[in-house]
Design a protein around this ligand. Structure first.
Ligand SMILES: [Zn+2]
Ligand SMILES: [Zn+2]
Length: 281
């Protein structure tokens, strides 16, 4: 089958690979390009097929969003709500990866309603991650650092629950209105924006770290009694919530391209020409 595969230098290339094997093989309909995929490009990982924001069709013709990870659900970390740190969580559950014609998905899937098309359905996975992260953000005035796709998801989710949301981005095209003063909470969606987040919150405020935030001044955390908390990835429950919520949110349109034009999509993501790129095999 056709796929986009990383070569020995970590460069994505079109390739023919063998079919995945498992009890049920699904036909990929769409797969979103995630910032975490882009980070892996260029690091030597020959043979890897990226892509985890997958909408596929089952044997029975059902359109589904695939579950990306499977925590054990029973260990202490799982029970404490830190499922993404469970020892079983790291393993790949979508084989070989979403940038291919067909996949297996051992962690299962969630049915998509008809009114969610394939490309929008691929937003379910990143939205699930955002819904889980948003639970750690206290309600009120929230500054989102990073106006890319994930920042826009946070903006939509937090606005919907009644927060006043500001979005800051170094790129003026992605920057929103400025907060008049300090805010109750900040969400770090842009790499290295941790210090900006600490400086933006009022005493007693909360910073949600949702990207590699860079060094943080712990003296500030101490003196101003800040709460710094992290959230990464999601679980099935949030994917179900995300699928139900998708039609209700006002989200940016994706650039949808055939998988053959992967390079073009990657370039559009990198040069900020597109907020979100979705490929169809
Ligand atoms: Zn992702
Ligand atoms: Zn566990």
């Amino acid at each position: 089958m056709r796929a986009v595969v990383l070569n020995a230098a970590g460069i994505p290339e079109p390739a023919k690979i063998s079919e995945p094997e498992g009890p049920e093989v699904l036909r990929v309909l769409a797969c979103g390009l995630c910032g975490s995929d882009v980070e892996k490009i260029g690091s030597p990982s020959a043979g890897v097929v990226l892509g985890h924001e997958v909408v596929a069709e089952t044997d029975k013709g059902r359109r589904v969003a695939l579950v990306h990870h499977a925590p054990c659900g029973e260990c202490e970390r799982c029970r404490a709500g830190h499922e993404s740190t469970c020892a079983e969580f790291a393993g790949a559950t979508i084989e070989p990866g979403g940038f291919a014609e067909r996949v297996t998905a051992r962690a299962g899937w969630v049915d998509l309603p008809d009114r969610v098309d394939d490309a929008l359905g691929s937003y379910a996975e990143p939205l699930a991650c955002v819904l889980r992260g948003a639970e750690r953000v206290p309600p009120g005035d929230v500054l989102v650092l990073g106006g890319g796709f994930v920042g826009r998801l946070f903006e939509a989710v937090l606005t919907r629950r009644g927060d006043t949301v500001y979005v800051h981005d170094r790129d003026p095209k992605r920057n929103g209105p400025e907060a008049a003063g300090l805010v109750g909470a900040a969400v770090v969606c842009a790499p290295g924006a941790g210090e900006d987040a600490l400086a933006a919150v009022e005493p007693g405020g909360t910073v949600l770290v949702f990207a590699a935030a860079g060094p943080l001044d712990s003296d500030e955390v101490y003196r101003r009694e800040l709460t710094v908390t992290g959230s990464r990835s999601a679980t099935r429950r949030y994917l179900e919530e995300a699928v139900a919520l998708l039609p209700e949110l006002d989200l940016p349109e994706p650039l949808v391209l055939p998988l053959e034009r992967f390079d073009e999509g990657l370039a559009a993501y990198r040069n900020r020409g597109a907020l979100k790129v979705v490929f169809r095999p």
